[in-house]
Write a protein that binds this ligand. Structure first.
Ligand code: AKG
Length: 268
């Protein structure tokens, strides 16, 4: 099974409609791949806070239409990264996954919003549900960028059956070492594939880390982008590898979920 991560360039000069058309062309070039992944908020840019409201789309908006058609034309499972979704409850950072028929197969609203008291954290509402996408033989757990810092989310996805995680991101260059270490840690501790797709270029004065990576359930780095240029990262995945490893080295079975947690201040 082949996976392709499209580390697309996002800059302030390119109109969204042109980037959407370019993304569709890049997806078409991945015909023959089984699973294609795009980064977080690539239509507008993950740090383009001033444009979130104007770029927001209904779930059924132009990005969904274009990505549904692109998935069907290329005949691939497509994790189309995320969009700024306009919903009745507010704006969400919403990921869309399409089946090779073009049908929308999963929708995930980012649970952990980044920015503390600024940016996404104040402009967007938080998702409340863990989501997996039914990629045949490789159930895909969904997480977005800052979610990577919250290992309990990934454990929840493992409990829901995930054998791989797709993590679209707009991770800044300033913290690229965290991105790489955390992505590999999520693979090792959960014995799952990690498909971590970063953004290329600079937008909203925020240089991006790029550095997309594909990690095997063992933690082995299968492919890694050297920097933040636009590129496509590809690797062959074996859908049985996660379950085989979990049988051979069953650390997940040694979880001790019932251990008592001391009251704050009880230690020391
Ligand atoms: O956690 C980080 O350092 C970056 C997260 C981020 O940029 C995001 O979630 O958009």
């Amino acid at each position: 099974m082949r996976a392709s991560l499209i580390q697309i360039r996002v800059d302030d000069a390119e109109p969204v409609a042109e980037r959407r058309a370019r993304a569709a062309e890049l997806i078409a070039e991945e015909r023959g791949s089984d699973l294609v992944v795009l980064p977080e908020l690539w239509p507008v840019g993950a740090f383009a806070f001033d444009s979130f409201a104007s770029a927001a789309e209904e779930l059924d908006g132009p990005t969904r239409q274009a990505m549904s058609a692109a998935a069907a034309e290329a005949g691939v499972w497509l994790h189309a990264g995320s969009i700024v979704e306009r919903a009745a409850e507010g704006l969400f950072n919403t990921s869309l996954v399409f089946a090779p028929s073009g049908e929308l197969a999963a929708v995930y609203r980012k649970i952990h919003r980044f920015g503390f008291d600024k940016g996404e954290a104040v402009l967007m509402a938080a998702g409340e549900e863990l989501v997996t996408a039914p990629v045949p033989e490789l159930p895909l757990g969904l997480a977005t960028c800052y979610d990577l810092r919250f290992p309990e989310l990934f454990r929840g996805l493992v409990d829901a059956g995930a054998l791989a995680f797709a993590i679209p991101a707009g991770w800044p260059e300033a913290r690229h070492e965290h991105w790489t270490v955390l992505a590999r840690a999520r693979a090792v501790e959960n014995q799952a594939y990690v498909l971590a797709c970063g953004t290329a270029g600079t937008h909203a004065r925020t240089p991006q880390a790029g550095r997309s990576l594909i990690v095997a359930p063992s933690g082995e780095l299968l492919a890694e982008a050297a920097g933040a240029d636009e590129l496509v990262l590809r690797a062959e995945l074996d859908p049985k590898e996660a379950t085989t490893l979990r049988d051979r080295f069953p650390a997940l079975k040694d979880r001790r979920l019932g251990v008592a947690v001391p009251e704050p201040g009880a230690i020391g």
